[in-house]
Design a protein around this ligand. Structure first.
Ligand code: GRF
Length: 202
């Protein structure tokens, strides 16, 4: 079996990254994690990836004169790893159109809401403020519009009385860790394609 070469982009703790790394250890998983790139040198996930023997790199956008130049260097780095699929996992930067088009159909993201509800930041706070009864997470293809690409998998969780952003986020995170490896498996195995029928099922 030829496994797809996957790079993960992070900015922080990297718990979703860790679940992808663990999933890819299974001999029958159709993807291998070849590199982890962070836009923050202090991201705790970098050390975790390195402890698994995975190549890591950090690039600060502030060191580049423009976002385009920053993203060109990101692409060079990803290409140096022969990356075939890019997984965004808590990568806290909005990506430019050229970069997105370069990886379109081969780049996916995990978002902590049931898209199209609550695009952007602070999803748990906003869901609680609205008093919704059901919240969740989505793995979706990345397109130029923020959190607008076609969903691949979603999972719902109940919003419980007394929930805080922290308790709700922890409940959603459990589901993120379940559906992200499965969505990557589906993409790497060629079971889904951007622009084809949606494949929503938690
Ligand atoms: C997750 O909630 C993910 O949905 C969002 O950012 C958070 C990243 O957490 N995009 P982690 O770094 O994967 O632990």
């Amino acid at each position: 079996m030829s496994r797809k070469r996957v790079a993960i982009l992070i900015s922080g703790r990297g718990s979703n990254m860790s679940t992808l790394i663990e999933a890819a250890k299974a001999p029958d998983y159709p993807a291998e994690i070849v590199g982890v790139l962070s836009n923050r040198a202090a991201a705790p996930g970098l050390a975790v990836a390195a402890s698994h023997g995975i190549a890591t790199a950090s690039l600060a956008q502030s060191k580049f004169p423009s976002r385009d130049m920053f993203e060109d260097v990101m692409t060079q780095l990803l290409e140096s790893w022969d990356t075939e699929i890019v997984c965004l996992a808590g990568f806290m930067r909005i990506l430019g159109e050229d970069f997105v088009h370069r990886w379109e159909g081969r780049m996916i993201n995990i978002h902590p809401s049931l898209l199209p509800a609550y695009r952007g930041l602070h999803t748990h706070e906003r869901a609680l403020a609205d008093g919704v009864k059901v919240h969740g997470c989505t793995v979706h293809f990345v397109t130029p519009g923020l959190d607008e690409g076609a969903p691949i998998l979603q999972a719902e969780v109940p919003v419980l009385p007394g929930d805080t952003p922290e308790t709700l986020s922890a409940r959603v995170l459990v589901e993120e860790h379940r559906i992200y490896p499965e969505a990557l498996r589906m993409l790497a195995a060629g079971e889904i394609e951007m622009g084809k029928a949606p494949h929503l099922n938690g």
